[in-house]
Ligand binder design. Structure first.
Ligand code: B1M
Length: 232
């Protein structure tokens, strides 16, 4: 967006201008600057969630709009995603800070054919922050990966992410396989990703659709609480 970034000393900018500059830097895929901006906002007393939402997620929304409109292309968006991950790496331990024993265990992964992982990573971080133990199995997962991880980690919750209209139907393949194997009701199944909605969540047989990472945490806490109450 700008070509004078080299001249800007991020530390001298007031908060609102720094956030705006971070949006530009994210757009331009400038990982080092995003890491620096993230750290400056934290040093100024912003909490991790605010830095994440205002500095990073809002910036990625602008990238998404220009990607959709054909102004940005895959290589540029990859650089933006890489810059965003630089900031997220700093925020991760802060979002995950908790002394409590695990509330439950979650396996989370992006479905087969889909390599988008920023939203999934965010959900994983927020779940850890809420006291869940999270096993992230990455991207492009066939049903076998989910089933193996659920078993291996003795999980309570399965989380699936999809960002493409072409990959989201795969969630039904996973749920249907779990039904066939008689293990569906052993798990709470949560689904999310930008193109999904509540109706789709119901249609694939998930327990809930989660619009964002905050909702995923709230929903997981609620459903695991209900489950524990029944088994007590
Ligand atoms: Co892609 N891409 N992309 N992309 N990409 C989208 C999704 C798209 C909407 C862009 C657009 O056209 N506007 C579009 C999909 C259109 C559609 O399906 N209808 C699209 C496309 C078309 C593609 C390609 C096909 C492009 C191409 O090659 N021609 C290709 C597909 C590759 C593949 O997967 N096979 C592709 C590739 C890429 C990159 C590799 C360049 C890069 C991904 C990098 C990475 O993830 N490491 C990329 C990116 C970055 C995007 C956009 C710009 C941003 C996605 C993102 O990270 N958002 C995206 C446009 C957009 O969504 N605005 C786009 C930020 C993130 C925090 O939000 O992921 O929605 P989100 O996660 C939220 C919630 O959805 C929810 O919580 C999260 C946090 O609040 N959530 C969950 C997500 N998962 C959850 C799981 C849960 C619960 C909640 O489980 C319990």
């Amino acid at each position: 967006m700008t070509d004078i970034d080299d001249d800007i000393d991020l530390k001298t900018l007031p908060d609102d201008e720094l956030v705006e500059q971070m949006h530009d830097d994210l757009y331009d895929g400038m990982r080092d600057e995003i890491i620096e901006g993230t750290q400056i906002l934290l040093d100024r007393g912003w909490n991790a969630e605010k830095v994440l939402n205002k500095g990073l997620v809002d910036g990625m929304t602008i990238v998404g709009i220009d990607f959709r409109d054909g102004i940005l292309f895959v290589p540029e968006v990859l650089l933006a995603a890489n810059a965003m991950k630089g900031g997220m790496a700093i925020l991760k331990p802060l979002l995950a800070e908790t002394g409590a024993k695990p509330v439950g265990r979650m396996v989370i992964g992006t479905v087969k054919g889909d390599i988008h992982d920023i939203g999934k990573n965010l959900v994983g971080m927020m779940m850890e922050g809420a006291g869940f133990e999270v096993f992230d199995i990455g991207i492009n997962n066939p049903v076998e990966n989910y089933l193996q991880a659920l078993k291996e980690h003795d999980a309570d919750i399965l989380g699936m992410s999809a960002l493409l209209t072409t990959t989201m139907p795969y969630m039904k393949v996973v749920v249907d396989t779990m039904i066939e194997q008689g293990i569906r009701d052993n798990y709470i199944i949560l689904v999310g990703g930008a193109p999904l909605n509540e109706e789709f969540g119901k249609a694939v047989g998930a327990d809930a659709y989660c619009g964002d990472a905050g909702v995923a945490v709230e929903t997981a806490l609620k459903l695991i609480g209900e489950r524990n109450a029944v088994s007590a």
